[in-house]
Structure formats: C-alpha cells, structure tokens
Design a protein around this ligand. Structure first.
Ligand SMILES: N[C@@H](CCC(=O)N[C@@H](CS)C(=O)NCC(=O)O)C(=O)O
Length: 238
C-alpha cells in the first residue's frame, strides 16, 4: 500500500491527495507535524517537504506534481491528466508554482520576507495568475473545459490560500468567473474528502472517495449519516 506523508493545510499536499482520490488509489497516510517531521519521512526524503509518497516498489515521489502525474498514470479513465496537458494549462500551472507562489508568500507572510509593500505583492499575484485564470474561466467553467482536469485541482488550493488572506477585499475583485470556480471547488465533495482530518501519531488508511461524484463541481450532496460520523469539514485556510 502506498504511504503518503501529508499535511492537511498544505496546498501541495491537497493537490496530491485529490489526485490520489480521483484516481481511486488506496493509500495510507500520515499527517505530519511540520516542526517535528518523522524520521522515517526524512530518511526517504531528506529535503523535508510534504507531500512525499512512498511506493510499494521502494520508489519515493518527493514532488506534488510527480504524485499527481503518477496517480493519473495508474488510473485516468476520466481523462483528468490528458485534459491538463494543453500548452495553456501547462503555462498556467508554471505561473502558479512560480511567480504567483512567490508573490503569495510575500503577501501572506510579509514578516518572513522583510516585505514592506504587501499591496504590491498582492497586486502582482493578481496580475500573474488570477487575471489570466479569470480570462480562461470566462471561456469554460473549468480548466479542463466543461469538466475539471489535473490543472484545476493543482491550482485551486493556492487560489484558496490567496483568497483567505483578506476575504472581504478578495470579494471586491472583478473576477466573477474565478470566484464561482473557487467557491464550487471549496464546496466540492472531492475537496471535502481530501480535507479529512487524520491523526498525527499513527499511519491510517485514507478514506476512499467515489470518483463518479467528482465529475462536475457543484453543491455537495446532503450529508449522509456516515459522513456525519467522519467529519470532513475543509476548515480554515493555512
Ligand atoms: N515543490 C514541493 C513543495 C512542497 C512544500 O513546500 N511543502 C511545504 C508545506 S506547504 C513544506 O513541506 N514545507 C516544509 C516546512 O515548512 O518545514 C512540492 O511540489 O511538493
């Protein structure tokens, strides 16, 4: 059984968990404590970031996008990976993980970066990713077209993080298609499933997700008695 070292509020780990769930891959998971990383994880991946996926053949995937790619390589009956492989999607993901993440970090954690002009960083993040994303989402509701693709689940956790810094200000941005896309994802059952809370003191089986439910984002189904017993509230942002 693959073992995922994860951190619930990490956007990189979110994309990895969502891809594993969509692909229907059974996996064990350990929720790590960032300040006290497990020795077993560091032995596999000394760089010390999550997510890390340890596979049964002994190989180790140390990058979130490698995990996404691997998951859809195992099972992509719904074409999530294929739809993500357009030039526009690959470029958008590069911007998300590059320039956008750079500005997001300085906007969200100005003290860590000695940043004195948060508004400048915030606006640069909007220009780099959110505006082009809005233009794309005006054309189709998902980056995969009518249905989502790997790029949607790879990018939205970072947009979620950005939106949560100053929610009232975010609401004022002229980005209506992006706001709809984000809010659909925030209430999507796949995201709820990926945000399942795990213990930090032991490895547990990550609860499976019915991929058929994830075909089109929209309001979540009414809670069932079993989901009430296993709270999956996405909770607050990092
Ligand atoms: N390029 C890596 C980045 C992963 C990353 O930076 N994860 C953060 C958490 S969101 C982390 O583990 N940071 C280590 C730390 O804070 O000690 C990936 O795509 O997986």
């Amino acid at each position: 059984m693959p073992l995922l070292y994860s951190y619930r509020r990490c956007p990189y780990a979110m994309r990895a968990r969502m891809a594993l769930l969509v692909a229907g891959i059974e996996f064990d998971a350990l929720e790590i404590v960032l300040r006290d990383k497990p020795a077993a994880m560091l032995a596999l991946s000394p760089k010390g970031t999550v997510p890390v996926l340890s596979l049964v053949d002994g190989s180790v995937l140390e990058q979130s996008l490698e995990i996404v790619h691997w998951a859809f390589g195992v099972n992509d009956r719904e074409g999530w990976w294929e739809r993500s492989q357009t030039t526009a999607n690959i470029e958008l993901l590069g911007v998300c993980d590059g320039r956008f993440k750079h500005h997001l970090d300085r906007y969200k954690y100005p003290d860590r970066f000695d940043e004195t002009d948060r508004a400048l960083q915030r606006d640069a993040a909007v220009q780099a990713l959110l505006k082009p994303l809005e233009a794309r989402l005006q054309i189709s509701p998902q980056l995969g077209g009518k249905t989502p693709c790997a790029t949607d689940i790879a990018i939205f956790p970072f947009v979620r993080q950005f939106a949560a810094v100053e929610p009232a200000w975010f609401e004022t941005l002229p980005l209506p298609a992006l706001r709809t896309w984000l809010s659909d994802w925030l209430s999507h059952p796949l995201f709820g499933a990926a945000m399942t809370r795990l213990p930090t003191d032991r490895v547990t089986r990550f609860p499976a997700f019915n991929a058929a439910e994830s075909a089109s984002p929209g309001p979540p189904p009414p809670p069932s008695p079993s989901s009430a017993a296993n709270p999956r509230s996405p909770g607050r942002s990092t």
